[in-house]
Design a protein around this ligand. Structure first.
Ligand code: FAD
Length: 409
């Protein structure tokens, strides 16, 4: 605020920005903290939006006040002057900063077709409210894109009594980050729940009809729907950084402590692209709830002078029907796979790199049944362990004992 000593300013009050604000206090910063968020509500969790649809706050305004965080809801950061160290808001206010964190997240990609008001995307609570009121029993719902959010919505819509079709361009579901074997478990679960899964087919046109939307598929077939959901991914929100001349490339480019190319400007969460020390400094842009939180904490430390690189193991989960899927590490970093079939039939997939190092693990199963094994695998990944593949495959060998495996060089 004008007249105030330079503050630590955070643009974006989502998972990452909010966590960073509290972490600044936990780390002992007692100067001003300003958290400016474009959305009108107090910070909330996005994962429930595609699952139950509930609005789950991250914190309320009282806890922000008690922590001495100046929260500015409905406030868009419009321009950044990196030389003057000033963030300008859309309403014209100017916030001088000591350090600035860009935690602007991502926005849902849209389809390059029309289709009118029947076509929905899901990123915000407002999107969720607009979509949920249309998911009534008997409605025909077409989900374009077989990624996590599309599939979670397919499962929610089926549970609400809708007739659901999923249309995926790739040869299988969740092709980006989930091994084929694990994705197949979820595909079967969808089919058992009555979801019509169509992979290997693109959409070429959407047209509004008297009763809804006609979706034309590449091979010429048409799918009729009352509600269309575009689950075609998200694009990092980089515009503030770009117009300020900060380096970006599919995300705001940062180092392993979330520093951007501009002095005292940091970026973290879904909007950033960072080098990962566990994967030969490969540049990653994650869209993951836990990563967004961890980035927030790590960026807060870095803004206070911390020098430790962030090396958290990538991890995410998705819930579809009564199944949960978890992935730890990066499945596409693996050159070899090993599968453990547990006595309950659940398969745990392990991905090994050339030197035998465990770089990823994934599994899908009922309820919370895969959580413990994936947690142990995550610990192995963090330790750069090179476990004996036979031990990994053998359900009789506890993963805890595998934790004593040698470390890859
Ligand atoms: C529907 C849905 C379901 C998900 N489910 C899962 C899941 O099951 N598991 C999982 O691991 N992850 C899941 N995720 C991903 C996870 O929620 C995100 O990775 C996480 O929210 C990212 O946090 P963030 O703070 O970086 O960005 P966001 O949560 O996107 O927050 C960014 C905030 O910045 C604001 N903003 C943008 N530009 C400006 C500006 N110029 N000025 C001020 N404010 C600005 C935005 O309005 C937004 O509120 C899901 C995401 C969605 C959308």
């Amino acid at each position: 605020m004008p007249g105030m000593a330079p503050a630590i300013v955070i643009a974006g009050a989502g998972e990452c920005g909010t966590r960073a604000a509290f972490a600044l206090r936990e780390e002992g910063w007692d100067g001003p903290v300003i958290l400016a968020g474009a959305e009108p509500s107090p910070p909330y969790e996005r994962p429930p939006l595609s699952k139950t649809g509930e609005l789950k706050p991250i914190c309320d305004e009282d806890s922000l006040r008690e922590a001495g965080i100046t929260f500015l809801p409905g406030t868009e950061a419009a321009r950044l002057d990196t030389a003057a160290h000033v963030l300008e808001l859309a309403d014209g206010r100017r916030l001088p900063y000591r350090s600035l964190l860009l935690a602007t997240g991502a926005r849902a990609r849209r389809l390059p077709f029309g289709g009118g008001t029947q076509v929905h995307v899901l990123r915000t609570h407002a999107d969720s409210v607009a979509l949920r009121e249309r998911l009534t029993p008997g409605r025909r719902v077409a989900v374009i894109g077989g990624g996590f959010i599309g599939l979670e919505l397919a499962s929610s819509a089926a549970a609400l009594g809708c007739a659901v079709t999923v249309i995926e361009l790739g040869p299988r579901l969740m092709g980006r980050a989930v091994p084929a074997q694990v994705a197949a478990v979820m595909a079967e679960r969808h089919i058992a729940a009555g979801v019509d899964i169509r992979c290997g087919t693109g959409v070429t046109a959407l047209a509004q009809t008297a009763s809804g939307v006609a979706i034309t598929l590449a091979e010429g077939a048409t799918v009729e729907a009352d509600v269309v959901i575009a689950g075609v991914g998200a694009a990092p929100e980089t515009s503030l950084a770009e117009t300020a001349g900060i380096d970006t490339a599919d995300g705001i480019a940062v180092d392993a402590r979330f520093a951007t190319s501009a002095p005292d400007v940091f970026a973290a969460g879904d909007c950033c692209r960072y080098p990962h020390p566990l994967y030969d400094d490969r540049l990653l842009r994650l869209e993951s709830w836990r990563a967004a939180q961890e980035h927030g904490t790590a960026a807060a430390r870095a803004m206070l002078g911390g020098t430790e690189p962030y090396a958290g193991v990538p991890w995410f989960w998705t819930d579809q029907h009564d199944y949960s899927l978890q992935v730890a590490g990066l499945a596409d970093a693996a050159s070899r796979e090993v599968v453990r079939v547990r006595p309950d039939g659940v398969e745990i997939w392990f991905g090994l790199a050339d030197a035998g190092r465990l770089v990823a693990a994934a599994a899908a199963g009922p309820g919370n049944s895969v959580a413990k094994d994936i947690k142990l695998a995550e610990m192995l990944i963090a330790r750069r362990a090179a476990p004996d593949p036979a031990a990994l495959a053998d359900p009789g060998v506890g993963l805890k004992s595998v934790l004593r495996s040698p470390v890859a060089s």
